[in-house]
Design a protein around this ligand. Structure first.
Ligand code: BG6
Length: 477
């Protein structure tokens, strides 16, 4: 490996409020959409049914996000462990519902602000830069069930109030922010991402594209507020990037891969980083029967307030075979596609592809020439502690090592990479399945899928490995 990581490279880890905090109804917090989603492998399928009722029903369901890993109360212990690993940054999100419990209040919940003030100060005391996602797969439940989610323009003003509150309160201390987590993922799971439940259009392109438009306006508004509050702030977008391959050199398969690349990987970033709707947008809207409602001033705002960097998650690639789509489908790959015979998959069917990360970095940098930040990457696996609660997670180390090597190679290629925050640096509740047993962390949390257990934290083998990676600035892998 020749690539050298820059001296100020942001090594760290990432979590999201709804997946770690718990304390779902404490100190004034209101219910978020994910608080109404039960756990279980089929959770995304269950909530995608038109019959699913988002009123909370603890008699019928368990809601693992309600307890999370109790990071809300244990954040000091957890951040101390991150500091021991040498983290330069910690990516976490602010739960909108801690600040505006139902999204519509005029004044914020001071207890929620006080909590994040403490988290931020705790990070800074260790020299860890907070990297804050404004909205990570949760929004006030009321905004989804009563307002119909992001397709409703009213959400722009609600979000603006939330973003202004936290940026004004914390903008002098926190330099790195992101607007919407994996904004493009709404193509596949719009419920958590856009608060579009099935009855309000989760399956309709019109609703999704209008929701995206409103989110683009909200995102540029947040960039504008950030510039006013503190010009030092770096505001990023955040997308789910899945390097996309054509199955073979059949021109139809190549064309399909190109169009999927545009419609899925690049559509949102083209707007948020590029500052305008891309040339292919009109034909895409026409094909899907979408007619956007764009208000005067929207396009100018989008053009004037683009993001400073591109944050993205990378877990897997996807392979498309339009000429024979039913052959060997890639079961478990959240994005569908066919099985790639050159790749191995995780226990959840996510195809492991470090070279795909190098390709992703080059494709994104080539297109936008803006700094990139890998804000999620990692291997979800079942960990089996020994009698001393130790986990020799060499499989995780191997996964991360290969991806870090790919990053170094991309840096050699000339890509500008700001940092790396592996996902679920401490075990947390899975987004797609609500399980605890799908673990990503360097730190084991003793809780099962019902969130029963001691909640104790134990260092895995990968803990000391990542410590050494950071100490050597990526040289000692
Ligand atoms: C990303 C999300 O899609 O992937 C995270 O931003 C999520 O919230 C992560 O947890 C891993 O997915 P999962 O389903 O394994 O938790």
């Amino acid at each position: 490996m020749n690539g050298k990581f820059p001296q100020n490279f942001l090594w760290g880890g990432a979590t999201a409020a709804n997946q770690v905090e718990g304390a779902w109804d404490e100190e004034g917090k209101g219910p978020s959409i994910v608080d109404a989603i039960p756990g279980g492998k089929q959770r995304l399928t269950i909530v995608s049914s038109p019959e699913f009722d988002f009123s909370l029903d603890p008699q019928r369901f368990t809601y693992p996000n309600h307890k999370g890993i109790d990071h809300y109360h244990r954040f000091k212990q957890d951040i101390a462990l991150f500091a021991e690993m040498g983290f330069k940054c910690y990516r976490f999100s602010i739960a909108w519902t801690r600040i505006y419990p139902n999204g519509v209040e005029e004044t914020p919940n001071e207890a929620g602000l006080a909590h994040y003030q403490q988290v931020i100060d705790e990070c800074l005391a260790y020299g860890i830069e907070p990297v804050i996602t404004l909205s990570h797969y949760e929004m006030p439940l009321k905004l989804a069930t009563e307002y119909g989610g992001w397709k409703n323009r009213a959400l722009v003003a609600f979000f603006e109030r939330f973003a202004r509150t936290v940026l004004e309160r914390f903008g002098d201390k926190v330099k790195y922010w992101m607007t919407f987590n994996e904004i493009n993922s709404a193509a596949h799971f719009p419920i958590m991402s856009q608060g579009l439940i099935v009855n309000s259009g989760a399956l309709e392109p019109q609703a999704k594209f209008q929701a995206w438009h409103n989110q683009f306006v909200a995102s540029s508004t947040a960039v504008k507020i950030a510039r006013e509050v503190n010009p030092q702030i770096q505001m990023g977008c955040m997308i789910l990037y899945a390097t996309t391959y054509a199955w073979d050199c059949h021109p139809i398969n190549q064309l399909t891969a190109l169009q999927s690349q545009q419609a899925f990987n690049l559509y949102c970033t083209d707007v948020q980083a590029g500052g305008k709707y891309p040339y292919y947008a009109k034909s895409l809207w026409k094909k899907l029967g979408v007619e956007l409602s764009i208000e005067p001033g929207d396009l100018a705002l989008i053009a004037d307030y683009t993001v400073d960097y591109i944050g993205f998650s990378y877990y897997m690639s996807t392979t498309l075979n339009e000429t024979n789509p039913d052959v060997d489908s890639a079961q478990g790959n959240l994005l569908g596609g066919v099985r790639n015979p050159f790749l191995e998959a995780s226990e959840w069917g996510w195809e492991i592809d470090p070279v795909g990360l190098r390709i992703a970095l080059n494709q994104l940098y080539d297109r936008y020439q803006k700094p990139l930040f890998i804000v999620e990457n990692g291997l979800g696996a079942i960990d089996k502690p020994d009698e001393n609660n130790y986990i020799a997670d060499d499989y995780r180390i191997n996964y991360l090592r290969k991806h870090i090597e790919a990053m170094a190679e991309a840096i050699d290629d000339g890509v500008e990479l700001m940092g790396y925050t592996p996902w679920g640096c401490i075990d947390l509740v899975s987004m797609s399945t609500g399980e605890m047993s799908k673990r990503y962390g360097f730190i084991y949390v003793d809780l099962d899928d019902n969130i029963a257990g001691s909640g104790n934290r134990y260092k895995k083998k990968s803990f000391s490995w990542y410590q050494q990676v950071i100490a050597s600035n990526g040289a000692d892998l």
